[in-house]
Design a protein around this ligand. Structure first.
Ligand SMILES: C[S@@+](CC[C@H](N)C(=O)[O-])C[C@H]1O[C@@H](n2cnc3c(N)ncnc32)[C@H](O)[C@@H]1O
Length: 212
């Protein structure tokens, strides 16, 4: 058993987040260790968990972090980040109504999740709701994913770190992974790559970049 960082437990090849949640959100196991509850964080369901499983060294999220999360979907990864940054906040942006309705339900039981139904690119429509985010997390499968990161990150001076999921196949299937990845990283403005993790085998042709 290994407490990797505050709120994250590794045990028996599995990753868990310390939680107050007593019932599973998506079928995950919940265990009790030394009187505290931990939720299993499935690397096949969450790319951030996959990166941790692949020995991510730089983890810019702590108990007090304030995040802007783009492409929140139903909130699987958001829920685990919410476990970790229990004194912080996550503004979670999702543009599709169906997953958003689940995200909204999740936020009703979590004081630190603030969901917004909007296109991430339209910062002018939601930016004023957000107070100084420190970390920008983006998981959006779109051809212009790197440009979305640039547009949003340049709208908030407070952002110190980024976690960007790069989905090679969303950009093109006509070029090799390495070439597309290199090109996507070259598009990123104002942030340097601190770490890059290939998420294979948990998530194919997807990479997680930590930017600062
Ligand atoms: C792969 S899913 C995200 C999974 C989620 N991050 C997780 O780990 O639990 C990508 C989500 O991005 C959303 N999305 C795509 N383009 C978007 C945009 N421009 N603005 C906001 N959300 C967007 C999609 O509707 C989809 O729900």
């Amino acid at each position: 058993m290994n407490f990797r960082s505050e709120g994250i437990l590794e045990n028996g090849g599995k990753i868990y987040t310390e939680t107050m949640q007593r019932t599973p959100l998506y079928g995950e196991d919940i265990i009790r260790v030394r009187g505290k509850l931990y939720r299993e964080w499935d690397p096949k369901r969450s790319k951030l968990s996959a990166a941790i499983r692949k020995n991510l060294r730089h983890f810019p999220i702590n108990v007090n972090s304030s995040l802007l999360y783009l492409g929140a979907s139903t909130g699987t990864t958001v829920s685990h980040i919410s476990d970790i940054c229990k004194n912080g906040r996550i503004t979670a942006v999702e543009k599709a109504y169906e997953p958003f309705s689940k995200l909204l339900r999740l936020s009703e039981s979590r004081a630190n999740i603030f969901p917004i139904l909007e296109d991430a690119l339209k910062v002018e429509k939601y930016g004023h709701f957000i107070d100084k985010p420190e970390v920008l997390y983006q998981d959006i499968a779109q051809r212009n994913q790197a440009q979305i990161f640039n547009t949003v990150s340049s709208s908030f001076k407070s952002i110190e770190a980024g976690i960007l999921i790069i989905k090679v196949r969303a950009v093109t299937s006509r070029k090799g992974n390495e070439e597309v990845l290199k090109n996507q990283l070259e598009i990123i403005e104002n942030y340097k790559v601190k770490e890059l993790v290939d998420l294979t085998p948990y998530s194919i042709a997807n990479y997680l970049a930590v930017l600062s």
